[in-house]
Design a protein around this ligand. Structure first.
Ligand SMILES: [Zn+2]
Length: 244
């Protein structure tokens, strides 16, 4: 994600919170030895969103470039850590999930997954996963006849599948381009102009190459007051992001 135009304060928050997430993820991962504790780890990571949202909000509007960039980048980090913890557990466990458990979870949870856009931005995915956890609680509560540990195992596979689908839109060549464009336009819809409520429209989108680096530049105009500004997005290597 672009750090090109971020203010020093935004970079500072980003660095500090990225490190905090890494430490948290390491602690959670160490304890993630069962399906239940893997789910606890994913929840713990998602709960840290409250903290970095508050920290960022102290300095920036979460409707402006710096604030949105910091939050989006940290959301990606949360997903990256969750993905790694889920994947490592599933690979290490190397066991097919309970078939009935999988079908129960798919039946209850798939509708909300289907509501997700084709190229979701991190926060949309986190919202969907949060909702899936709530629905999972009600599956447990409704007494399906399947052992809770088996259901948890099936749910781990389900969440991994959801995040994996998202990761593929970020790392696969050809698809990534559409994912980037969708992300940039989504970003713009969340921005508000300083005039008050004005939303921006994209006047021009351009790929810029500079000193061996490529980035997207979007020229924006406020629909209300006509204020013009440009914002930039790095075209990052998300493959690295998820394989590191
Ligand atoms: Zn305006």
């Amino acid at each position: 994600m672009s750090r090109l135009d971020l203010s020093d304060q935004a970079k500072k928050i980003l660095d500090r919170e990225t490190q905090a997430l890494e430490r948290e993820a390491a602690v959670l991962e160490e304890k993630a030895t069962s399906a239940a504790s893997v789910l606890t780890a994913v929840c713990g990571l998602m709960n840290s969103r409250g903290r970095y949202f508050a920290v960022t909000g102290e300095h920036f509007s979460v409707q402006d470039y710096d604030g949105l960039m910091v939050i989006d980048f940290l959301d990606e980090q949360v997903l990256k850590h969750a993905y790694r913890i889920l994947k490592n557990y599933v690979e290490h466990e190397n066991r097919r999930p309970n078939e009935i458990g999988i079908s129960i979870i798919a039946e209850k949870l798939l509708p909300s997954i289907k509501e997700m856009p084709k190229y979701p931005v991190g926060y949309r995915l986190l919202y969907t996963i949060r909702k899936a956890f709530e629905q999972f609680e009600s599956v447990i509560g409704s007494g399906s006849g399947v052992d809770v540990a088996e259901l948890e195992g099936a749910f781990v596979h389900h969440i991994l599948g959801v995040i994996d689908k998202y990761v593929q839109t970020r790392v696969r060549h050809g698809v990534r381009h559409f994912s980037e464009v969708a992300r940039e336009y989504d970003f713009v819809t969340r921005m508000k102009c300083k005039c008050g409520d004005g939303q921006f429209q994209v006047k021009l989108q351009a790929l810029v190459q500079e000193e061996g680096k490529a980035y997207d530049r979007l020229d924006l105009e406020c629909k209300a007051c006509g204020h013009q500004r440009s914002i930039t997005f790095d075209l990052p290597n998300f493959k690295d992001l998820y394989e590191s």
